[in-house]
Write a protein that binds this ligand. Structure first.
Ligand SMILES: NC(=O)c1ccc[n+]([C@@H]2O[C@H](COP(=O)([O-])OP(=O)(O)OC[C@H]3O[C@@H](n4cnc5c(N)ncnc54)[C@H](O)[C@@H]3O)[C@@H](O)[C@H]2O)c1
Length: 92
């Protein structure tokens, strides 16, 4: 089953790596450097365990900046992009 994950930050990357152990995952990000790092199986964030998984686990994981490639045929889309939080209308 193909799953698209949008956002390769702390939430998106960990979900993508876990899901890619059992499913075909295409991860989409606007940051081309993050995409390239994941495709080299290097962790773009500070996370030792994630680095270990990327380097050692057999993962069906491809990263891209191409939205069409990510979404085409995807059964599920996991969105893990920054929240557009408005501190004026929704104060803490
Ligand atoms: N990190 C946490 O512990 C945590 C906990 C609860 C909720 N959240 C929520 O989860 C979401 C993701 O958090 P995070 O910590 O992973 O963020 P992050 O900043 O680590 O990563 C976000 C990623 O999304 C990418 N991105 C931004 N806009 C994009 C777009 N339009 N299309 C594709 N990619 C895009 C960025 O390049 C970045 O790689 C946020 O909404 C956050 O509020 C995070």
């Amino acid at each position: 089953m193909k799953i698209a994950v949008v956002g390769l930050g702390y939430v998106g990357l960990s979900n993508a790596v876990l899901l890619a152990q059992h499913h075909s995952v295409v991860a989409l990000d606007v940051n081309a450097q993050r995409v390239a790092a994941v495709n080299r199986r290097e962790c773009p964030i500070e996370d030792d365990q994630m680095q270990q998984f990327l380097a050692q686990k057999p993962l069906d994981l491809q990263a891209t900046t191409d939205a069409a490639l990510a979404y085409q045929g995807a059964r599920f889309v996991v969105v893990a992009t920054p929240t557009n939080y408005d501190s004026v209308t929704k104060p803490v």
